[in-house]
Design a protein around this ligand. Structure first.
Ligand code: MG
Length: 250
């Protein structure tokens, strides 16, 4: 595993890590909410007579609602969605999401956040979600972990994932950090792409139905299959990041 961290440092011209924060995505990383998102999106689009398939919503995960709607409009109707349509469709999708979402958290997500805090690293949330039903519950489900100063949500970003913007904002909210001062934890290809393009060492936690290769191709340096596996490996990861050094220019 050490070699993966060395490769990252060399590729990004850093001599070492100086970890201060861990940037966590929300859906599929902290909340077991992705199947409810996919089901709500699919039903919303079918009600409008638009053709979709369930798997594509796992590929779109992390996009803003507006962007997802626009992609489906372009493909099915050869035109952009209007602002009014976007608002109405996203509202319907959100209603269905509230109906289908179990509210379950991903096993060991809380323990992973607590572990990060116990190591005096700052947990920062970086989500494309604007779903009040989840955002408002964060503090209840994960007490004393995030504050508004350490959260990037749909309300903060203009562009959204897969653009690096959300993770660059996450670095800022983490304390104006450089990319080698953080790690990113993502379950989705577009989020992984966003974090990788922001220059951050990105760990994929593949909690959904997509193949690991999709996350690797999006830039994940390591892929685990559960937060439990990440939690098991976290001590080793932190040991490596504090020890590993490379000479640059070689
Ligand atoms: Mg996610």
């Amino acid at each position: 595993m050490t070699q993966l961290f060395k490769n990252y440092l060399k590729q990004n011209n850093y001599t070492h890590f100086d970890l201060k924060a861990i940037l966590f995505d929300m859906d599929g990383v902290l909340y077991d909410s992705m199947s409810a998102h996919a089901k709500s999106w699919q039903q919303t689009m079918e009600e409008l007579g638009l053709k979709t398939n369930l798997a594509e919503f796992y590929l779109h995960e992390g996009r803003t609602g507006a962007s997802t709607i626009d992609i489906l409009f372009q493909r099915n109707l050869n035109r952009s969605a209007t602002e009014e349509e976007i608002q109405r469709i996203y509202k319907r999708k959100s209603e269905l999401f509230v109906k289908y979402n179990t509210g379950n958290i991903i096993p060991k997500a809380k323990e992973a956040l607590d572990f990060v805090k116990s190591k005096r690293l700052l947990p920062v949330l970086v989500t494309g979600s604007g779903q009040p039903s989840l955002l408002e519950r964060l503090d209840k489900n994960f007490p004393n972990i995030f504050t508004s100063k350490t959260m990037v949500t749909a309300f903060d970003v203009k562009i959204g994932k897969p653009h690096p913007e959300p993770f660059l904002m996450g670095l800022q909210k983490g304390g104006n950090l450089a990319p080698n001062q953080a790690l990113a934890i993502e379950n989705a290809p577009l989020g992984t792409e966003s974090a990788s393009k922001a220059g951050i060492f990105t760990i994929g936690v593949n909690t959904g139905p997509l193949n690991d290769e999709i996350l690797e191709n999006a830039g994940a340096k390591l892929v685990f299959h559960s937060m439990s596996e990440l939690l098991d490996k976290f001590p080793e990861i932190l040991d490596i990041t504090s020890a590993v050094k490379v000479r640059i220019g070689h």
